[in-house]
Design a protein around this ligand. Structure first.
Ligand code: PEP
Ligand code: MN
Length: 364
């Protein structure tokens, strides 16, 4: 996928610095929108303002967003404070209404990215438009479905494409509202290194007291920015009241996050890293040499077993080996699981090797 980096279409976003999208879960009134826009325009490092206009709600009869009557509020705030708004679209009509009103940044929500028909309808409505689109992960932990949604939007000609990780639904009650399954966005990044991924700590955590740790984890893992819900009066919010942080606390929230660079910038730390990596290289070489030697001995034993008609696999011997290695590991304070899985693999390889030796002997 050819993707244009955020810093090339959003002038306020510096290369290498995290992208911050912030704003209320839902647009509720013109006053709320103007107050959010005014505060965040003065705030450090907010690049894009968010607000939900059409809200996908789990149950009917909950607040379903102000709908298109909120669009002029957002457009007014964009003009007055000079930061664009981004809104969620769930079908082709939403896309058309947003674009007609002058909203030119859109996101696809988790309840939509799960459905290829809806994503395709949005993609069709976007055909020929040159606007940024953010695609949240689908509700269920399915990387291919997320990739599929990104591909459909991309195939409509959208190159200002960004992914948003908002966690995954689970039936089991747990600390976070949505399970982070960090390995999924990491795998997405590995598949498409040029695709920038934002983390949405609000929908992952579901509680404002857990926002910091989730956002920090996102930065520690090297993701490219955040989408955070913030509201002038979170407890009175018409949607997601528990997870939104007060507008007045937003700056402190961002300031408390430590951003990490992919490389060390001072020479001493860099030298130390080089030294430690050399040490790792040496230790790995030692591991490889030992492993090679071990396999040679295993082969000799295979020969010996074949000559004397003894079975390749001997349960007692395997039990002794694994018990001995685990006991050593425990005394040395090493992780049981690691030792068990490493020796399982070594043992499997040894059995394979000896079986080959025996078969060769039988053939000759
Ligand atoms: C939202 O951002 O308010 C929202 C509905 O998010 P999601 O699609 O991640 O549930
Ligand atoms: Mn929300």
């Amino acid at each position: 996928m050819d993707i244009i980096p955020i810093s090339e279409w959003l002038p306020s976003k510096q290369q290498g610095k995290p992208m911050i999208v912030a704003g209320p879960c839902s647009a509720e009134s013109e006053t709320q929108i103007l107050s959010v826009a005014q505060t965040l325009a003065e705030s450090r490092g907010v690049h894009l303002l968010r607000a939900g206009v059409w809200k996908p709600r789990t149950r009917p009869n909950s607040f379903e967003g102000m709908g298109e009557k909120a669009l002029p509020w957002l457009v007014k705030a964009q003009q007055e404070f000079g930061i664009p708004f981004i809104i969620e679209v769930a079908n082709g009509t939403h896309v058309k209404k947003a674009l007609d009103a002058g909203i030119r940044h859109l996101w696809v929500g988790a309840r939509t990215s799960v459905n290829p028909f809806s994503v395709q309808e949005i993609a069709d409505a976007l055909e020929g438009e040159d606007i940024p689109v953010l695609v949240k992960n689908p509700l269920n932990p399915d990387l291919q479905l997320w990739i599929g949604a990104l591909e459909r939007i991309h195939a409509a000609g959208i190159k200002k494409l960004v992914a948003v990780h908002r966690g995954f639904s689970t039936y089991q009650k747990q600390l976070y509202r949505n399970a982070p399954n960090w390995e999924i966005p990491i795998e997405l990044k590995t598949t498409y290194p040029q695709l920038e991924i934002l983390v949405d700590p609000s929908h992952i955590a579901g509680r404002r007291d857990l926002l910091h740790e989730v956002a920090q984890k996102g930065f520690d893992l090297g993701f490219d920015g955040l989408m955070v819900e913030t509201h002038p009066n979170p407890d009175q919010a018409l949607s997601d009241p528990k997870q939104q942080i007060a507008l007045e606390q937003f700056d402190d929230f961002i300031a408390a996050l430590e951003t990490k660079q992919p490389h060390f910038n001072d020479q001493i730390t860099q030298d130390k890293l080089v030294h430690l990596r050399r040490l790792i290289d040496e230790l790995d070489r030692g591991l490889l040499e030992n492993l090679k030697h071990r396999l040679e001995i295993v082969e000799q034993i295979g020969d010996y077993k074949a000559e004397h008609g003894v079975t390749v696999f001997q349960l007692e011997r395997w039990r002794t080996i694994i018990q001995d290695r685990l006991e050593y590991a425990r005394k040395a304070g090493m992780d049981d699981e690691l030792i068990r899985s490493v020796w399982n693999e070594i043992h499997k390889a040894s059995i394979r090797l000896q079986t080959d030796v025996v078969n060769r002997k039988l053939e000759s």
